[in-house]
Design a protein around this ligand. Structure first.
Ligand code: ADE
Length: 230
């Protein structure tokens, strides 16, 4: 899979060289490229923002650098029509289902907005180049799209076959079956007077599976009843 990220703060993404995603990049499973939006400017000051038409607080990202950056990235050999994602608190909410869907795409382009956002015409233009998605990490406001893209790239990247060594560990996670994950324990069996639930030491795999399922339902009811409502 090819992923391009456009940002005015490319060093935010240095962390993606670490851990499983870093390995996936090294092995060629994930072709992840980070681009500086200012490289697509043409003035001496490398300007990416300007004051909003109609007035109001803050600055808006100018369309020209975005147009150039998107033209270059959409024209790569990775796919005919990339999926172009703009993180935004005004977008659809990102879920595990979104991650699963995006993990099947050949080419994702993430455009990180800053300031009060990106000139609206950029989204219209991007729709001529690919499928445009505005996606929110949740109902809160970040200073820009970078942190949201880090989270999305990690959630998507780990679903690409071969990125997570043991694919079974993906199946038993929170949200994969609509429930929260069951609690986990390891050695020692007693720690600071706290025992591991005895059923887990029983060797009875059927009983363990049933107990874990109960725990998932109980936890989901207590912490995230919204997941059980439909
Ligand atoms: N940019 C600013 N806030 C955001 C959020 N909640 N999700 C995605 N992108 C954002």
């Amino acid at each position: 899979m090819r992923i391009d990220v456009v940002s005015i703060f490319p060093s935010y993404f240095d962390g993606l060289a670490l851990s499983l995603l870093g390995k996936a990049r090294d092995s060629g499973i994930l072709d992840l490229r980070i681009h500086d939006l200012r490289d697509s400017t043409s003035d001496r000051h490398r300007t990416v923002d300007d004051t909003p038409y109609g007035g109001g607080a803050g600055m808006v990202m100018k369309p020209e650098p975005w147009g150039l950056a998107l033209d270059q990235l959409a024209a790569t050999e990775a796919s005919d029509r990339p999926t172009i994602i703009f993180p935004s608190p005004a977008g659809e909410v990102f879920t595990q289902a979104t991650a699963r869907d995006l993990a099947t795409r050949e080419h994702l382009i993430f455009g990180c907005g800053r300031y009060e956002g990106i000139d609206e015409r950029v989204f219209e233009y991007a729709a001529e180049l690919g499928e445009v998605r505005l996606i929110s990490l949740g109902d809160y406001v970040l200073n820009g799209g970078e942190v949201a893209v880090m989270a999305m790239v990690e959630a998507i990247g780990r679903l690409i076959p071969g990125v997570v060594g043991n694919p079974e560990s993906l199946v038993e996670e929170s949200h994969e079956d609509g429930l929260l994950e069951y609690p986990s324990y390891t050695k020692p069996s007693v720690w600071r007077d706290r025992e591991v639930p005895p059923i887990l030491l029983s060797g009875n795999h059927g009983a363990i599976a049933a107990w874990r399922r109960e725990q998932q339902i109980e936890r989901t009811r207590a912490r995230r009843p919204d997941l059980l409502s439909d």
